[in-house]
Design a protein around this ligand. Structure first.
Ligand SMILES: CC(C)(COP(=O)(O)OP(=O)(O)OC[C@H]1O[C@@H](n2cnc3c(N)ncnc32)[C@H](O)[C@@H]1OP(=O)(O)O)[C@@H](O)C(=O)NCCC(=O)NCCS
Length: 379
């Protein structure tokens, strides 16, 4: 690129087109999200997570026979190799589960003789294996970090229900399985967000899928990205009671603090994923006797809209739903990763299929002509 073509810097690359992709479209002005041409509202209403994963990875909705074959392949790869369990057991008890996921994915990569085959078909196989494994890594990784024994995956349950089964060592209630399936679908894919972009940058060096995914997990961990669901739940617990919600938010805003679970780089008039989940927050709150949490959310939402014109993002309702289902808070961001593995994989495949090294430039703003002082003369 010649100097004349240099594009001016935009902080945070906001509004900068950094690639072309056929995987998903965030149509922020219309508050719409599209996976491979299909509106997220239709997918959320009609699909199992596996059907959406097939769509995102393969590019088209499956026939029934294709879906059954895909589900069977996922089931076959749910159990982790013994070596991965050995890695998880060697990690410090009570350690960070996102770091454990990185270790687990790195170990899976070391065990895959085809890790460095970047052909479309080899990458698809890795994507399916990773999609199946990640849920087990999250559930059983958490159990192991807590000093508990892992639970064998249940081949008779769908992907989301089996995740809950492994986590709690019992079959989930139908509403919980349904809502888990829904959050998995809503977390599956979201364009060039920070973790997906990270994955594409790594893949663009022709590094393998496992390396790209461990990088993406690291990017997801931060509070401005996936970590927001855990921080949002901590905030709701700190508020404690609906009558305290308004003053709590006002106090934080007066301190110029960010309220996690609100705002979005793309959506400025509401996140459709949060809109879809809201009714399920109410349903799970009624079922678990936590109307107070629903009311806390209602008040926070009202005050944030009034004071900052900010809407909740997907992490806000998802956090409350997970909490009411009894899921420990340190699992919320890892669960996001277990769903987003599909989007990451699809982007890595797309990057490898048509690769160009991602290597932007930076504007240097340091000094240029300092006189060099030998070390003995620097005082
Ligand atoms: C997601 C996020 C990083 C996107 O932010 P962005 O596009 O970079 O927007 P900015 O950080 O420029 O914020 C614009 C304004 O809104 C405010 N704002 C944005 N999100 C806010 C929040 N959650 N709480 C309070 N104020 C917020 C900023 O302080 C800023 O106000 P100012 O203009 O008075 O300084 C931001 O909304 C945020 O930090 N949200 C909380 C974390 C979160 O929930 N992340 C999950 C995203 S799915």
């Amino acid at each position: 690129m010649s100097d004349k073509e240099i594009i001016p810097y935009r902080p945070g690359l906001e509004g900068v087109t950094a690639g072309i992709s056929a995987i998903s479209d965030v149509i922020a002005a219309e508050n719409r999200l599209i996976y491979r041409g299909y509106d997220i509202r239709d997918l959320a209403q009609h699909c199992a997570f596996e059907e959406v994963a097939y769509l995102v990875l393969m590019g088209a909705l499956p026939t029934r026979a294709q879906l059954e074959a895909f589900q069977a392949e996922l089931v076959a790869h749910r159990e982790l190799p013994a070596e991965v369990y050995a890695v998880l057991r060697a990690l410090p008890r009570g350690g960070n589960l996102m770091a454990a996921l990185q270790a687990g994915v790195a170990a899976l990569g070391m065990l895959d003789p085809h890790a460095d085959d970047h052909s479309h078909d080899a990458n698809l196989k890795k994507a399916i294996r990773l999609t199946a494994s990640m849920a087990t890594l999250v559930a059983n990784g958490y159990r192991i970090l807590q000093g508990q024994e892992p639970v064998k995956p249940n081949p008779n349950l769908g992907h989301a229900a089996n995740f809950l089964y492994m986590l709690f060592d019992r079959e989930p209630e139908p509403l919980h399985a349904q809502v888990m399936n829904l959050t998995f679908i809503l977390y599956t894919e979201h364009g060039y967000n920070a973790s997906t972009f990270t994955a594409r940058v790594i893949a663009s060096t022709l590094a393998d899928m496992y390396s790209a995914v461990t990088g993406a997990i690291g990017a997801l961990r931060g509070a401005l990205h996936g970590g927001a669901n855990e921080a949002a739940m901590e905030a709701m617990l700190d508020i404690g009671a609906p009558e305290r919600a308004e003053s709590w938010v006002m106090e934080k805003l007066a301190q110029k603090a960010r309220i996690m679970g609100f705002g979005h780089r793309e959506y400025k008039t509401g996140d459709i994923r949060a809109v879809i989940l809201k009714d399920y927050v109410r349903q799970v709150a009624e079922q678990t006797g936590r109307a107070d949490l629903y009311q806390i959310q209602e008040t926070m939402e009202r005050v944030m809209l009034r004071e900052k014109n900010l809407y909740p993002n997907v992490d806000f309702p998802a956090a409350a739903i997970y909490y009411m289902m009894g899921i420990p808070i340190p699992l919320y961001t890892p669960i996001f990763a277990a769903a987003r593995i599909v989007g990451w994989s699809a982007h890595i495949i797309e990057q490898h299929d048509n690769n160009r090294l991602i290597r932007p430039r930076s504007d240097y703003n340091g000094p240029r002509d300092l006189p060099f002082t030998p070390i003995d003369q620097r005082g």
